[in-house]
Design a protein around this ligand. Structure first.
Ligand SMILES: O=C(O)CCC(=O)C(=O)O
Length: 360
């Protein structure tokens, strides 16, 4: 009999993950009251879950399916061919098993991934390494999905900012709404004979503004933390999952918390997820918006630039934001993700829910 996985996901919470419908925003004449309702729903989802499912998001289903189909072909190539497109040091694009910082790099991780930067995806170059006889459809499909995801990320970020309470002036957030760069990561999780032992991706928060995941129609695997419990996100062909990430937490001074999540492998089916990460501009200083700072609620994180963050100066393995915390935050709490689960209030990492941050 298969061993039980430590911390089984709470299926009863799965169908409570908020589903936000953006249909009203796709009309040429957007009804302002509908728009406001969407903004409020997104704000509540960000506050209560740090994640939500998004339907009628505006990315055409064919664009999604074409990108998935092309990506699927990569993982059917022989291993030595896949490695011909290896992601080189300093590049955002290429094949690999995904650098995972810290002690999560171990033989239990069964996933592999191919990544494409945005706006420079190098998808056509990668295609020429994987298919020397040509595969023009690959670059076109990947680039289209990447571009549409970028556009959607900007829309979502704007809706998030508009829904912030207290109401925030757009000035502080302008660079995050206009100068994002992106990374499309396509994860492949082979069938696992030991799903109780193997790890798809270890628990982590994303080091970005937000993440948009398409996990396909039939194989579940994405799980997120809600009130100290793992919750499995139901796969939906038509839905994208939006996940709040670390930079959103910093600029809102903890009003929105980055969502801890993980991917688990499946015993019967391979799984493919397409994950678009929206990054802040490289050069700006990332700091809390003034509306979220007061005498009683000083900045919880020291200002930092994205390049400083990537240089590792402030990177921390278990709690990526720890190295950034101001004295106030240090004094208040050592672990922003530690929540009582009803089974005791020990920090998540002590219960086997180690948080990692993945970077590129
Ligand atoms: O495969 C998934 O559903 C999640 C992937 C993920 O968390 C990531 O790539 O950071």
């Amino acid at each position: 009999m298969e061993a039980k996985r430590l911390y089984q996901p709470q299926q009863n919470l799965s169908d409570r993950i908020p589903v936000i419908d953006l249909a009203a925003l796709q009309d040429s004449h957007v009804d302002e009251s509908e728009r406001k309702r969407i903004i409020v729903d997104i704000a509540n989802a960000c506050k209560n879950w740090g994640a939500f499912q998004l339907v009628n998001h505006g990315i055409h289903q064919d664009v999604i399916e074409n990108a998935r189909e092309q990506a699927r072909q990569v993982f059917e190539l022989p291993s030595e061919t896949r490695w011909k497109a290896k992601r080189e040091q300093g590049s955002l694009s290429g094949y690999g098993n995904g650098p995972v910082i810290g002690d999560a790099v171990d033989d239990k991780i069964v996933s592999e991934a191919i990544t494409f930067g945005y706006p420079q995806s190098e998808a056509a170059v990668i295609a020429s390494k994987l298919w020397p006889n040509g595969n023009p459809g690959f670059g076109l499909s990947i680039d289209r999905y990447n571009a549409d995801s970028h556009k959607l990320a900007l829309t979502i970020m704007r809706l998030i900012v508009e829904g912030l309470q207290p109401r925030a002036s757009l000035a502080h957030f302008q660079p995050y709404l206009t100068e994002q760069f992106g990374l499309l990561r396509i994860n492949h999780y082979p069938v696992s004979n030991h799903p109780a032992r193997d790890i798809g991706l270890p628990p982590h928060i994303d080091d970005t503004l937000l993440t948009i995941v398409h996990q396909g129609s039939d194989v579940e695997g994405l799980e997120l933390i809600k009130d100290g419990e793992w919750v499995s996100v139901p796969p939906r062909r038509d839905a994208l999952i939006v996940i709040v990430a670390a930079v959103c937490q910093v600029i809102t001074n903890d009003t929105y918390k980055a969502c801890l999540h993980r991917a688990v492998p499946n015993r019967n089916k391979t799984r493919l997820s397409m994950v678009y990460s929206a990054y802040p501009p490289v050069k700006i200083t990332i700091t809390a918006a003034p509306e979220f700072v007061s005498h009683t609620h000083p900045p919880l994180y020291k200002p930092f630039t994205w390049s400083e963050y990537l240089r590792g100066k402030v990177r921390h393995i278990l709690h990526p934001l720890d190295g950034l915390q101001s004295e106030k935050k240090d004094a208040d709490t050592q672990n922003p993700y530690a929540k009582s689960s009803g089974k005791g209030s020990e920090p998540l990492q002590d219960r086997g829910m180690r948080s990692e941050i993945r970077s590129y």
